[in-house]
Design a protein around this ligand. Sequence first.
Ligand code: NAP
Length: 674
Amino acid sequence: MSALLESYAAGRWFRAAGDGAPLLDAATGEEVARISSRGLDVGAMVRHAREAGGPALRSLTFHERAALLKALAKHLVERKDELYALSVRTGATARDTMVDVDGGFGTLFSYASKGVRELPNDTVFLDGGLERLGKGGTFVGQHLYTSRPGVAVQINAFNFPVWGMLEKLAPAFLAGLPTIVKPASQTAYLTELAVRQIIASGILPEGTLQLVAGGAGALLDELTIQDSVAFTGSAHTAGILRRHPNVLDGGVVLGVEADSLNCSILGPDVRPEDPEFDLFVKGVVTEMTVKAGQKCTAIRRVLVPETVAGQVVEALAARLEKVAVGDPRDPDVRMGPLASLGQRDEVRKAVEALRSSAEVAFSGAAPADGERGAFMAPLVLRARSGAAEPHDVEPFGPVATVLAYDGVESAIALAARGRGSLVASLATHDPEVARSVVLGLAPWHGRVLVLDRDDAKESTGHGSPLPTLVHGGPGRAGGGEELGGVRGVLHHMQRTAVQGSPDQLTAITGRWTTGAARAQSDVHPFRKSLAELRVGDTIASARRTVSLADIDHFAEFTGDTFYAHTDAEAAARNPLFGGIVAHGYLVVSLAAGLFVDPAPGPVLANFGVDALRFLTPVKAGDAIDVTLTVKQITPRGGADYGEVRWDALVTNQDGQTVATYDVLTLVAKTWPGA
Ligand code: NAP
């Protein structure tokens, strides 16, 4: 008998009582492992996550969490051969495994990078700008996100045992939530191996990742208001979870990624000789054959203009004929078996249902030894006009149905009959078709790909969810949303509107807030290293008069001779200026001249400005000064400098605000001369 998979629970590997259920190799039918969660104390797992994992994670800043994700990704990359070797038993070819395993690593790397670049080196994320709530500026509001003191449970489908876990783990981890992963039993041995590699690395704080191998048992009964469940799987199971009392009444947040009848549309402008025709056909074939069509994002409905439907079917057949189906251990094989005989039965049932309104347009070849391995030949169906089944039945395998449409509106209407999908693609080279179809599809989809000769080479394809783009879809697709860069992190956090005085908000957010106290010191803040600088440190500059000669000089020197700076008569007629005004960039440049401390020091570079606004024009003879205040200090892990964001306020002789902006600099963590 093969080994029983173990759960990782409350800091140790747990072996269930009994023999467990067998898990079979998708191609050979041999037993790979056994699985059971009998006797697993899921309550202890949830407590461990809350009491050990959560606090350990939340004691780290976003940047520290991101650094751990990066270290983890590197660790796993070094061990990927083991994962590849085992993945073949799920029926995956090397190409399929790349999507699952390397796709998972890519997601970790992407989140590690986003965590550093787009999140602060803090535990609080500020959402949007300050809202002034009173005339005097003493009462302001700020939205912020904080980590929930809960646990993120992920329940995954069988088709992506590694990516499925990592794409959910990365954003939750950055958000400060410990994870309990429950993979689908059928392919849980691959997830178990990945979790063993992760736990053995010691990189993640204990309690931040636990594994349920086998049934979920009473896991959802243990969850409460700060907890969440991210589910990927069938609409049927989603329905069961949605009806769980803790979801219905207990405040547990449930995110669902369920089945989806994704479509790909051939634009009405595309002729068979156009490159888009071939790209379209290639895309459909790829989606039918990668993972043997067992992808939530695979193309199930192929929408084509009536006039070219026959040619599309022929082109699909010509490509599919060449797809060798068989044991993925054979390097010539392009498409492996389905994950199990049970899955194949499901797909056959779905095909039977589809056949009631569709004919077989092409059927490929699969190994005859099909009763041990779950092989299935690629199948193209052609639906009769008005058929309902293709918009309702999901064959989770290498099956697609061609449907003819008549005009852009009819294509959009057919797409919408899927009642909400994860992704749609459109092959067109016509920008007008692209706009009308995409805007018609968008309310029904989480992602839309427009494929043409210009982006084809770099396109990641119809079926690939990307860490930087949202994954999820409305309606039938579950209504959930994952990934999408930082959006995926924020889904796991609580947004709160905080109201108070500028000083209180500065203390709470760690970011200097307009109206809060400033600390003037004798030492110019540009002479202070990151270790010495404090939020609120301020320099108020001397005043400088802006002369007409300054404006002329700047115009001539830069070549910016826009009439408002050079032509007194024309400028007088300008309704906003009523005469010659200084260039906005002259104002910013003069302001820099007023606040910089020129000698070499801890300020290493200016890397940009944010939110620059010119509010009052500066005329010849006006005098300006600038107040520069440390707004935010962000040390960079692994570097000997960090970022300092300065609030810059330029005012004129009457106290009017001329310009506001944030100056972004890099400042050394320490400076010998300071
Ligand atoms: P499934 O049968 O719904 O199983 C999904 C997960 O739910 C498995 O981990 C399963 O565990 C678990 N589960 C089943 N009953 C449960 C219960 N009562 N309480 C808690 N957990 C329970 O789906 P599947 O057959 O694995 O996956 C195929 C489906 O997933 C397809 O319809 C496909 O479209 C969809 N899918 C969607 C996405 C997406 O991102 N939208 C991605 C991939 C797949 P056991 O395996 O232990 O039963």
